[in-house]
Design a protein around this ligand. Structure first.
Ligand code: NAP
Length: 174
């Protein structure tokens, strides 16, 4: 765990995802809802920064997103690296790549559930921008919202279709 501890003293990773109150985040390799202004919020916040994701999310998102963002994609069968996208097989490889990042560089973990759970389980995320969708949707992929029990909530934006929260785990802040 020394590596994890070393990493935590450097760049903090910020989660940014959207889920229903039941934790639904995806269906059929896609997102169940389509709120353009919510996507705009994601684009604005992550613009110019690094985004971490799982291979399934990488395959689902429009590739033009990497014109203004550096991507790190987790896969046990990595594809060839591209200009702005690097594949990693493990957290250890991920730390190797990000250890040269400037401390000021922002890194966002954007999902899906497998990668979010990996980072939350290892307590590598103590700040999470979570959009809580106000309506119920069917889904096949769930974010385990139990990870956020005891975290403090600040409302960043109220919208008829969703509320954007800044969740903070003060116990994990270094
Ligand atoms: N609502 C939201 O905010 C949001 C955000 C993102 C995604 N989504 C949705 O969520 C769904 C995808 O989520 P998901 O949980 O199924 O998949 P995911 O987390 O995007 O990707 C899973 C993949 O990541 C790789 N992986 C997982 N753990 C790993 C580890 N420890 N080391 C190395 N690689 C690892 C594996 O890739 P390989 O199989 O290649 O080995 C695995 O198949 C889609 O429906 C997507 O649209 C929603």
């Amino acid at each position: 765990m020394t590596e994890l501890r070393k990493f935590k003293m450097g760049n903090g990773i910020i989660g940014i995802m959207a889920a229903t109150s039941e934790g639904v985040i995806g269906i059929n390799k896609s997102i169940p809802w389509n709120y353009q202004d919510e996507l705009e919020h994601f684009r604005l916040i992550t613009h110019g920064h690094t985004i971490i994701m799982g291979r399934k999310t990488y395959e689902a998102i429009p590739k033009n997103i990497f014109a203004n963002r550096r991507g790190i994609v987790f896969s046990r069968n990595p594809m060839n690296n591209e200009d702005s996208v690097v594949f990693v097989k493990s957290l250890s490889e991920y730390f190797d790549i990000t250890k040269s990042f400037k401390k000021s560089e922002k890194i966002f973990m954007i999902g899906g559930a497998e990668i979010a759970h990996l980072f939350l389980e290892h307590k590598l995320i103590s700040s999470f921008i979570l959009t809580r969708i106000n309506h119920l949707y069917s889904g096949d992929t769930y974010l385990n919202l139990n990870y956020f029990k005891g975290w403090t909530e600040n409302i960043l934006k109220l919208h008829p279709n969703y509320t954007i929260f800044q969740l903070t785990n003060h116990k994990e802040v270094l």
